[in-house]
Design a protein around this ligand. Structure first.
Ligand SMILES: [Zn+2]
Length: 449
């Protein structure tokens, strides 16, 4: 099919992503492709039962008898630089890491990183992820990658990027961050990111697993409330949301008090935090959201230090975090706190293409049905990312982002691992191909995780 052709997906079962709309049993979706200087901006046209929709003559009919369609998935927390492959980078000392950063800044480093990013986002797209929010990458190569897709250099998912995150001296994630040590430092770093054209601001409020050197370090409060508030105020002035890495009860509470819009990872929540999630006067929309990223600790906990190429301290911290994160997630469900779906792809063993596993984990640990988890990863995520007018549901006028399956993912989330077709802005990937990471796939044969 020619890229700019209009087409109709016919005879399929459709879940629009909207929980109130239910399911269209034998439906048709019209897709209107507008070619603009070689870039496809395909949008959904009419959608409904096949006997109620007239398929215009200029629409090529794609017969999808017995197939199932859902909206394209949104990964609300990933990083574009890494692919999840175990690397001994987690064991390197600061001096060697600084050397790596020096190379990353050079043209060759830039070339290598951008190529890696392109590969990762293409892989994600072929797995049905049509939008990725990347929360912190070195320099501004994420912006360059987003814009390369935007001008049509290659077909990729919609990217929302944070540029460089903000952390304190000696803090978690310093390799991809602006180091700030005062509220004014925080404001300046946010201003630099805004000027560079980011879509969201990422703060690192507490310690983390991947670069921890002591047991219990992941979750230790790092950024002060004053610094967090200054960053939030500055971001909100520019109309941008703030995502905060926070992995302890105290850290989550302080980040919420400072006014962050999304808590990434999370931990056991106290009463004050639960209240703040639902009513947070310092946030952009008046409430905050939890994005649990269960994949990150669960993937690490499934393996030994050898396979992970991580230290025993880092692995131990992942174990501590896993239980905290699961409790926080369950509390959020019980308390009706808004929840998003993200994986933290790049963390060891968390690939860009295994996003579906996060949905499986959420369904298992939260005891929620597949339909609701798919809703969280589509419509709900689009609202959290402020892109609900563009994507997140199969709805007339929205970007034609969708996935076709041979079996019903609403019955079994494992189906999500095998997309039959993927659509992004109307561009149809008729035979999606995922370039899997050999090292990880080989280990998967030994042990399911
Ligand atoms: Zn992350």
């Amino acid at each position: 099919m020619k890229k700019s052709n209009n087409y109709a997906l016919a005879n399929c079962q459709i879940f629009t992503g909207d929980l109130t709309n239910g399911i269209i049993k034998n439906g048709v979706i019209l897709i209107n492709n507008r070619d603009n200087k070689g870039i496809n901006y395909g949008i959904f046209g009419n959608i409904g039962e096949i006997d109620k929709i007239k398929i215009p003559k200029d629409h090529e009919i794609i017969d999808l008898s017995g197939k199932y369609i859902i909206p394209g998935l949104i990964n609300a927390h990933a990083h574009l630089t890494g692919d999840g492959k175990p690397r001994n980078i987690t064991k390197k000392d600061d001096k060697s890491l600084k050397r790596l950063l020096w190379i990353a800044r050079r043209w060759i480093g830039r070339k290598i990183i951008k190529r890696m990013m392109r590969k990762n986002v293409k892989n994600a797209l072929n797995a049905g992820i049509t939008t990725i929010r990347s929360l912190g990458d070195p320099y501004y190569y994420d912006i360059e990658t987003r814009d390369a897709i935007g001008v049509g250099n290659f077909v990729g998912p919609r990217l929302l990027v944070a540029g460089r995150s903000l952390c304190i001296t000696g803090g978690h994630g310093w390799m991809m961050s602006y180091v700030i040590d005062s509220p004014w430092d925080a404001r300046k770093a946010v201003r630099k990111n805004v000027a560079a054209g980011v879509d969201v601001i990422k703060l690192i409020a507490t310690g983390g697993v991947m670069d921890s050197k002591k047991i219990g370090e992941a979750g230790r409060p790092q950024m002060t409330i004053e610094e967090i508030s200054a960053a939030c105020d500055e971001a909100h002035r520019a109309g941008l949301k703030v995502a905060a890495h926070a992995e302890s009860t105290q850290g989550v509470k302080e980040a919420l008090k400072g006014g962050v819009d999304t808590i990434e990872h999370g931990a056991e929540l106290d009463r004050e935090s639960i209240k703040l999630f639902k009513n947070n006067p310092n946030s952009l929309k008046g409430y905050s959201v939890l994005i649990p990223t269960l994949s990150a600790p669960l993937a690490i906990c499934a393996w030994g230090e050898q396979e992970l190429q991580m230290t025993s301290v880092q692995r131990e911290n992942a174990f501590l975090l896993k239980d905290e994160m699961i409790s926080g997630f369950k509390q959020a469900l019980n308390e009706n706190i808004k929840i998003g779906v993200g994986t933290d792809a790049t963390v060891t063993f968390v690939t860009h293409y295994d996003f579906w596993k996060e949905l499986l984990y959420m369904s298992e640990h939260g005891k929620i049905d597949p339909k609701f988890v798919i809703y969280l990863a589509t419509k709900c995520n689009s609202e959290i990312l402020d892109i609900e007018t563009q994507t997140g549901t199969i709805e007339n006028g929205k970007s034609a982002d969708f996935i076709v399956f041979e079996e019903n993912p609403l019955k079994d989330l494992n189906v999500l691992a095998f997309p039959f077709m993927v659509g992004i802005r109307g561009n149809l990937i008729e035979r999606p191909k995922i370039k899997k990471i050999k090292k990880i796939e080989k280990l998967k044969k030994i042990k399911q995780f």
